[in-house]
Write a protein that binds this ligand. Structure first.
Ligand code: SRM
Ligand code: SF4
Length: 563
């Protein structure tokens, strides 16, 4: 195996703590692009250079450069914004982006279609709303996920606060972001800059943290490099079980890459949380693969070192031994829709946002509707880890007004849609994602319709089957945790994966390779017929497929983890 550092390592090292040549790149008015090395650096500032792939061929024929633009992603730990911030983000989407807000699978907002000339103004506008985009992308700790609604119980709120503070704690300290985008002037005679936690080459790869509050696993906690599962004893937060080394990304045709569920390694008290998070992160910093980015995630580092050695490494760095795992039980992933009452009598409405895209479309003025809700709403908006939205902290009397706005703008999918449609996830894919091999977000509505038709033909229209679609094997919709998943391979062709559970504790497996829609629907039709005829009471589709040995089970986290 090569030990030569990957090119991105050299770019990071030469970047002078994430400055690169971005000033020059932004000033160059001859192109809508930035310099190639800067495309790696700008990610750390929360932005990706992209081009409109629908126009790529046409522009190539016209000998024009690709239609470059930038995607911008926010750092919003736990996905919370105020109504004022919502209105600011909405205005930015209209003024600078493609008139849509995209809610992501990591509780963040994405803007698409921002042109280079307006990138700085857009980032300034985002920061003016007291939201930033620092390390929303790049080889650092990313946006921290937390079970969507901290207002359901006091413990939810407490966990949310730990997650928010951990996100801050793991933020890079480089001033590059403030200097480049917010015109901060470097202090004359100041100490040379340093990154005490990350070092000048940051992490070998992205690093992701999630906090779950059982029985909800809406964050898919085992899909993350580092997962914390809240342990609630006598109604109080006792601490967290720690999971390490989860990850979804894989490459077609390369068996040395694979999705993996995290391994549970022990228990920490809230007071030990930061130390253990740092220990895991720095162990990955120092032992992760910096030669091959495909093998650089923590899951591969742990496979290389062995789980026991990795745990010892974490304990040595932390300076104490992890506690024994405590009992917990996760009952479901995905979101719960509609109104729910919180512990203090306030109300929370979870809306279904299809594939996370909020835009105005004929008969469904969602962007306008949510703007109008933001004008009258006094609580918060909370993004879920499944691309949906909670209108949170609503007084009993304000519910009617919100309901009316929801209904008049077609935002009431949670009342009308089948369980399949409510729970389906799709990544962005075409036209903006440079890595997409097939459609996902744009294909989701018609795919769901076709699967709904099949389900209805077998009397299964109310089966709450989890469907996830990704335009390539990187797994941004966490497809390997779908009971049914389509993973893009080529235009119109997908790998059909089957058999995950609905708790986020079992991965699915490959059932049909490189299939077109007709073949996929035919395969599902036969399986639905069998499921309708032979399923056990309340048996989930994924569990049925495993019981009937239609798919074999990869490693599964036990249903109940008992000490
Ligand atoms: Fe992702 C890369 C979109 C969540 C695994 N992801 C990308 C890029 C930036 C493409 C690129 O590198 O050029 C996509 C931008 C598309 C676009 O046009 O907007 C992209 N990822 C997304 C989002 C927007 C999907 C969505 O529809 O919601 C999610 C944004 C999250 C956020 O707010 O931070 C998103 N990506 C995920 C997840 C799910 C999660 O984190 O819970 C995963 C799987 C979990 C994991 O990381 O293991 C994921 N994205 C990847 C990977 C594969 C990483 C790997 O280990 O191999 C890539 C490619 C890469 O990093 O090289 C990638
Ligand atoms: Fe793009 Fe692939 Fe992620 Fe979908 S899964 S957004 S196609 S990188």
């Amino acid at each position: 195996m090569s030990t030569e550092l990957s090119h991105v390592e050299t770019i990071k090292q030469r970047s002078c703590f994430l400055r690169g040549s971005l000033i020059e790149s932004l000033a160059d008015s001859h192109t809508g692009a930035i310099r190639e090395d800067d495309t790696a650096i700008i990610k750390f500032h929360g932005s990706y250079q992209q081009d409109n792939r629908d126009l790529r061929e046409e522009r190539r024929q016209q000998k024009l450069e690709p239609d470059y633009s930038f995607m911008i992603r926010t750092r919003t730990p736990g996905g919370v914004v105020t109504p004022e911030q919502w209105l600011a983000l909405d205005a930015i989407a209209i003024r600078f982006a493609n008139h849509s807000l995209r809610l992501t699978t990591r509780q963040a907002f994405q803007f698409h279609g921002v042109i280079k000339r307006e990138l700085k103004a857009t980032l300034q506008a985002i920061n003016a709303s007291l939201i930033d985009t620092v390390s929303a992308c790049g080889d650092v700790n990313r946006n921290v996920l937390v079970s969507a609604n901290p207002l359901l119980s006091r413990v939810h709120a407490e966990v949310h606060d730990w997650a928010r503070r951990l996100s801050l704690h793991l933020k890079p300290s480089s001033r590059a972001y403030s200097e480049l985008w917010l015109d901060e002037v470097p202090l004359a005679g100041a100490e040379p800059e340093s990154e005490p936690l990350y070092g000048e080459t940051y992490l070998p790869r992205k690093f992701k943290i999630a906090f779950a509050v059982p029985p909800d696993n809406d964050v898919d906690v085992f899909a993350h490099d580092l997962g914390f599962i809240a342990i609630i004893e006598d109604g109080k937060l006792a601490g967290f079980n720690v999971s390490v080394g989860g990850g979804m990304g894989t490459s077609h045709g390369d068996a040395s890459t694979y999705p993996l569920l995290g391994h549970l390694i022990g228990f920490v008290t809230p007071q030990q949380l930061f130390v253990v998070a740092e220990a895991v992160l720095t162990a990955q910093r120092d032992h992760g693969n910096r030669a091959a980015r495909k093998h650089a995630r923590l899951k591969y580092t742990i496979e290389k070192l062995g789980l026991d050695s990795f745990r010892s490494e974490v304990e040595t760095r932390a300076g104490f031994a992890l506690g024994d795992l405590r009992d917990f039980r996760l009952e479901h992933n995905g979101d719960r829709f509609g109104w729910r009452e919180g512990h203090d009598g306030r109300w929370h409405l979870t809306l279904r946002i299809e594939a996370g895209r909020i835009a105005d479309r004929p008969g469904a003025a969602h962007l306008t509707g949510l703007r109008e809700i933001a004008i009258v709403h006094h609580g918060e908006f909370r993004l879920t880890p499944n691309q949906n939205l909670v209108i949170a902290n609503v007084g009993a009397r304000a519910r009617e007004e919100i309901d009316a706005l929801v209904q008049s703008h077609g935002l009431d999918l949670h009342r009308r849609a089948t369980p399949l449609r409510l729970n389906a996830l799709a990544c962005v894919a075409l036209p903006t994602c440079g890595l997409a091999m097939a459609e996902a977000e744009r294909y989701l509505p018609e795919l769901v319709q076709r699967i709904e038709n099949l389900l209805a033909a077998h009397g299964l229209q109310n089966a709450p089957i989890h469907l996830r679609v990704s335009g390539c094997p990187n797994g941004c919709s966490r497809p390997y945790l779908g009971e049914i998943a389509l993973v893009g391979k080529a235009p119109g062709r997908y790998n059909l994966m089957l058999g995950a559970d609905r708790r986020g504790q079992r991965l699915n497996t490959l059932y049909r390779e490189n299939s077109d829609e007709a073949a996929i629907l035919q395969a599902l039709d036969a399986l639905f017929a069998d499921y309708a005829a032979t399923r056990e009471a309340d048996e989930a589709f994924g569990d049925f497929l495993v019981r009937r040995k239609i798919v074999t089970t990869p490693r599964q986290i036990p249903l109940e983890v008992l000490a």
